[in-house]
Design a protein around this ligand. Structure first.
Ligand code: KIV
Ligand code: ZN
Length: 565
């Protein structure tokens, strides 16, 4: 793919930073979070939220644990203004939550913004001015000096209006808009000028928000820009450095994370990455990235599915099935090798262990997900996945070689059907393959006869609409059943297990058998409340499967033998 003109796109220039320190750092604590779902997120929706939905989202955000929430652009619309008023007047703001509102640096907008905040206990007034050359020149037609003057006079006006509302605890946030595409010295100078105009001190800091309004470069470049600012701002000690990244290159979360290494202390973003265009940094992903490193994010995602469904309902935007942590498919393995590794990892876990399960970066239970969807079966799946589902959904722990045998049947079904095989379908298939076999032999009943030298069984089976009474002796009921049938069968293995799910306790018996004249071996399975009955059913199941595998001649010969018994 070639641009239409050779020089249409140019690589982003490197940041003039030497001895950068951020690459050697790690994140050790959660930042201050600001949710801008109700502002950046809301202004990016097909249909902005109505007041009732805004309130629901606000309450949801407070429940997640956000302590700073940007709630509106009150001077931009009556709906936004009224929403701020209703939050304040109807006492919807929890005492530990601070609302923030956005305004451009224009006098009438600032006056309206301050009016919207009357009576607030604490408020952040967030002003922004474009500092990127393309915005200043083309969009606003202002020189850098004029932009600084505009920002400073806006700050002075806010101070004046704030002084007239002393009951409110005021904070100021300043964003040099499109910081990531701005000249760094200019971004620094305007931020310092705003800090001076506000009278910021180390005890009463200015929030300096450095947005990647448009993501223009790799996240390391953004981190360099943030470190450069942190080193070069005159009033750094009187500032909280905040970042606000957008996802134009798909790296908004990475950029915000590297920015934290570079000195940022506060992160703005939205749930599930909502926000203008490609969205803001996804605060769910960021928070859970911290959580999986053992850091408390200070946000609660223990009911992530509910959160995702509510966010979808409110925004009308679906959470992608592969969205980190929250997507429907992110804890689901279809492929055989992944399923096998997950099954082994889950089985090896001991209480109190560090989470270390292959392919699962987080315990789904911590997010309210449960383990039922970890493994799903389609034509890519292997025995591990089939066995896992049979065990977790139906309590059936299969012998290993039966897993292999049955997964062949699953594979054939999945290939024929296409798509996924649900846990219920899997059980139906298992029952068809092993439990419900009634032809040619139909188990009708048995009773055991005690003999001095072992076990006797008297067996009733149906064959070709006839009922046969068979009896045999052996060293146990299975051996006795094999003798009663009088067929050249060899028993290779026998296992029995309790089935651990369902209301009624049941036992499962598994026999692995071969028959003279029939190639290969097969399993037979019986399930019953009584383990002896389960074992006899397993033998009958195995014989039916062997006869299905036999050639026509061998099958006819074996049926004759049965009738002779
Ligand atoms: O992306 C951006 O620059 C913004 C500012 C208003 C902070 O949303
Ligand atoms: Zn934004």
């Amino acid at each position: 793919m070639q641009p239409s003109t050779p020089d249409k796109y140019r690589p982003f220039p490197p940041v003039p930073l030497t001895g950068r320190t951020w690459p050697d750092k790690t994140i050790t604590a959660a930042p201050i979070w600001l949710s801008t779902d109700l502002r950046d997120g809301n202004q990016a929706l097909f249909e902005p939220l109505d007041p009732a939905s805004k309130l629901r989202l606000f309450e949801l955000l407070t429940r997640v644990g956000f302590k700073e929430i940007e709630v509106a652009f009150p001077a931009a619309s009556q709906t936004d203004f009224d929403f701020v008023r209703s939050l304040i007047e109807d006492s919807h703001i929890p005492s530990d939550v601070t609302i923030s509102v956005l305004s451009q640096c224009r006098e009438h907008l600032i006056r309206r913004t301050m009016e919207s905040l009357q009576g607030a206990r604490r408020a952040i007034v967030h002003i922004y001015a474009s500092t990127a050359p393309v915005f200043m020149k083309t969009v606003f037609r202002k020189t850098p000096e004029e932009v600084i003057a505009m920002a400073v006079s806006s700050v002075k006006l806010i101070r004046e209006l704030a002084a007239a509302q002393p009951a409110t605890e005021w904070a100021l946030e300043f964003s040099p808009e499109n910081f990531s595409g701005s000249d760094l010295t200019f971004a620094r100078d305007i931020s310092d000028a705003v800090a001076e105009a506000w009278g910021a001190t180390p005890d009463d800091k200015l929030i300096v928000n450095l947005p990647a309004t448009v993501e223009l470069a790799t996240p390391n470049v953004y981190a360099d820009q943030i470190e450069w600012m942190c080193r070069n701002l005159k009033h750094r000690q009187s500032m909280i450095i905040s970042v606000h990244t957008h996802n134009d290159r798909g790296a908004a979360v990475a950029a915000a994370e590297l920015a934290l290494l570079a000195g940022a202390e506060r992160v703005e973003g939205c749930l599930f990455g909502n926000g203008e265009r490609t969205g803001n940094a996804d605060l769910v992903t960021m928070g859970l990235n911290l959580y999986t490193q053992g850091i408390n994010p200070g946000l609660d995602f223990t009911e992530l599915d509910k959160l995702a469904r509510t966010a979808e309902e409110l925004t009308g935007l679906p959470v992608h099935p592969r969205h980190p942590y929250a997507g429907d498919l992110v804890f689901t393995a279809f492929s055989g090798s992944h399923q096998d590794a997950i099954k082994k990892g889950m089985a090896a876990r001991q209480p109190g262990d560090v989470w270390d399960v292959p392919y699962l970066p987080v315990d789904p239970e911590d997010l309210g997900r449960g383990y039922d969807s970890i493994v799903r079966v389609n034509s890519q799946s292997g025995k591990g996945g089939v066995a896992y589902l049979m065990e977790t959904s139906h309590g059936m722990v299969m012998p290993r070689r039966l897993q292999v045998e049955f997964s062949g049947a699953v594979q054939r079904r999945a290939d024929a059907k296409g798509g996924e095989i649900s846990a219920t379908e899997l059980w139906d298939l298992f029952a068809t393959e092993y439990l419900k076999l009634k032809k040619p032999l139909l188990y009708a009943g048995h009773h055991l006869i005690e003999r001095d030298k072992g076990q006797g069984v008297s067996l009733t089976v149906g064959l070709d609409k006839k009922t046969l009474g068979l009896s045999g002796l052996g060293n146990g009921p299975i051996d006795a059943t094999v003798h009663a049938l009088g067929l050249p069968i060899t028993l290779h293995s026998y296992e029995e297990r309790a089935i651990s799910q369902g209301a009624d306790a049941k036992a499962a018996a598994f026999v692995e058998v071969s028959m003279e004249g029939v190639k290969g071996m097969t399993f037979g399975v019986g399930v019953h409340e009584n383990i002896v009955t389960a074992s006899i059913l397993a033998v009958v199941s195995a014989v039916n499967r062997l006869l299905a595998m036999a050639t026509r001649e061998v099958r006819a010969e074996m049926l004759e033998k049965l009738k002779e018994e």
